[in-house]
Design a protein. Structure first.
Ligand SMILES: C[S@@+](CC[C@H](N)C(=O)[O-])C[C@H]1O[C@@H](n2cnc3c(N)ncnc32)[C@H](O)[C@@H]1O
Length: 211
């Protein structure tokens, strides 16, 4: 299990190379396939402070997130330019502002009741952030709290005998292992992801539509 301290330490050290700072191009080019327009509730597991939250919210979606780091949430809401209303719900912090609710704490503590309805899931750098032994439980939990809505999943893949994640390499067989029994899995598009692991190896990012 990737320890919570690992991620909390990254945020407090400002060592957040995973934060893209721009809208993810594969989200932008495939957004219509996910049907997350006006009023739709879209869940971003392990959301960090991604610009994708701004993008989805600006398009009228209600963004739901789960994130361990309070620093991430403070920076997210500061970037959004809104002051969140912070309350506690079932042992998690709930950061709410218009068009957004992010739950602070371990995603495995999130329940379907706390989260409410979910129309779509967008996973970027969430499944690939988790070590192999946690991923099956993560996929199962994600679907149990959301009820298996359509999902845009971005994975990373690379072939290197030495380098290990995060981001971990996830291939098509693994995507199908986690999701193939409940979803139709379609590979949408891939791109070379620049700058991962200091650019030492070639990493491919692939978008999957699970419907
Ligand atoms: C690789 S980052 C990706 C963040 C975001 N999705 C993005 O695209 O920038 C993974 C994030 O998951 C958070 N995280 C890790 N384990 C978590 C857990 N069990 N519950 C909630 N958040 C978690 C970390 O703090 C970190 O911000």
């Amino acid at each position: 299990m990737m320890k919570h301290e690992y991620w909390l330490g990254k945020w407090s050290a400002g060592d957040i190379g995973f934060h893209e700072g721009v809208i993810n191009p594969l989200l932008e080019s495939n957004i219509e396939k996910l049907a997350v327009g006006e009023g739709k509730r879209v869940l971003l597991p392990l959301c960090g402070k991604t610009r994708d939250i701004h993008y989805l919210r600006d398009r009228g979606s209600h963004v739901l997130g789960a994130e361990l780091s309070e620093i991430a949430l403070k920076e997210l809401f500061s970037d959004l330019g809104v002051t969140p209303e912070v309350t506690e719900l079932d042992g998690l912090g709930r950061y709410h502002a218009e068009g957004v609710d992010v739950f602070l704490g371990d995603i495995f503590l999130l329940t379907r009741e706390t989260l409410g309805a979910v129309d779509a899931i967008y996973d970027r750098a969430a499944m690939v952030a988790l070590p192999p032994e946690v991923r099956a439980r993560y996929a199962e939990h994600l679907l149990s709290v959301s009820g298996t809505p359509p999902q845009l999943l971005l994975t990373c893949s690379y072939d290197d005998p030495v380098v290990d994640g995060p981001p971990f390499s996830i291939n098509e067989n693994e995507v199908r292992d986690h999701y193939g029994h409940l979803y139709t899995v379609a590979k949408l598009e891939s791109r070379i992801l620049p700058g991962v692991f200091g650019g030492r190896i070639e990493v491919t990012e692939t978008a999957w539509l699970l419907s």
